[in-house]
Design a binder for this molecule. Structure first.
Ligand SMILES: [Zn+2]
Length: 253
């Protein structure tokens, strides 16, 4: 797991699998951890890493309900999990789904964990909306299209956008079973003014990008989605895994 500092108040750790990102943000002695790494040793290291960097987590946030972003409670079993109302509704509607998918991943890769995943008390946050952290406020923006649920977190004083599974330098837009192309395009248009102001954009998967680079990915993603089903893949994202995602996307438009 790699960890980098984007701002005195923003730290990003990246998992070895799928380059899944986990972002910590702090203000006035409080901190939130947004999304999670995946492997047990990474989750085990997270509390020490945040303690040493002086990011004392007061709560967990998730950008959306896909299981690979939901593992924060394995690192902080007592912490409350906050998410968009759409994500809370999804987690309620499909109880145990995240645990089943986590187990399937672990079985396939022979990963052993000390404890099962429990999401605890899930707090539904109004999105769009604001969330207080210490002396500052996070902005929450709705993001649907990849899945039917989700939110992006804008950290105004650091000019950092944590957007979940959008704007990835390694993954093309992925329209999952509950997602939709139109909703995905609407989300990209909603994120565009934030990306234009952003010093950094933290995608759900892949390396942190400067604002200008993320704006270029956004333009590529809009062009790709608008051209579906006949779209060509962006030059830097056309390996076999992305071609597989592309075939699934074609089936969904
Ligand atoms: Zn994901």
């Amino acid at each position: 797991m790699r960890a980098i500092s984007l701002h005195p108040d923003v730290l990003v750790a990246t998992s070895e699998v799928w380059q899944t990102t986990c972002t910590a943000v702090r203000s006035g002695g409080e901190a939130f951890v947004i999304d999670s790494p995946v492997y047990p040793d990474e989750l085990e290291l997270l509390p020490t890493l945040l303690q040493q960097a002086q990011f004392p987590p007061s709560g967990l946030l998730v950008t959306h309900g896909d299981w690979d972003h939901l593992l924060g409670r394995l690192a902080f079993p007592g912490a409350a999990l906050g998410c968009a109302e759409t994500t809370a509704a999804r987690l309620t509607a499909e109880p145990g789904a995240a645990q089943r998918e986590l187990r399937a991943f672990d079985d396939e890769h022979y990963v052993e964990r000390k404890a099962p995943l429990s999401l605890g008390q899930v707090q539904a946050l109004p999105v769009p909306g604001h969330l207080e952290v210490g002396e500052s406020e996070l902005e929450l923006h709705p993001t649907e299209g990849h899945t039917a649920d989700g939110m992006a977190v804008w950290i105004p004083w650091a000019k950092v956008l944590v957007c979940g599974d959008y704007l990835s330098p390694v993954e093309i837009p992925m329209i999952s079973e509950t997602g939709s192309r139109d909703a995905y395009l609407a989300t990209l248009r909603r994120l565009e003014p934030l990306v234009a102001q952003a010093a950094h954009v933290v995608p759900g998967h892949g390396a942190v990008m400067e604002g200008a680079r993320a704006a270029a990915v956004l333009r590529e993603d809009v062009a790709y989605l608008e051209a579906l089903p006949d779209a060509t893949l962006p030059l830097a994202r056309r390996g076999p895994a992305q071609q597989g995602v592309h075939r699934e996307n074609i089936g969904r438009v």
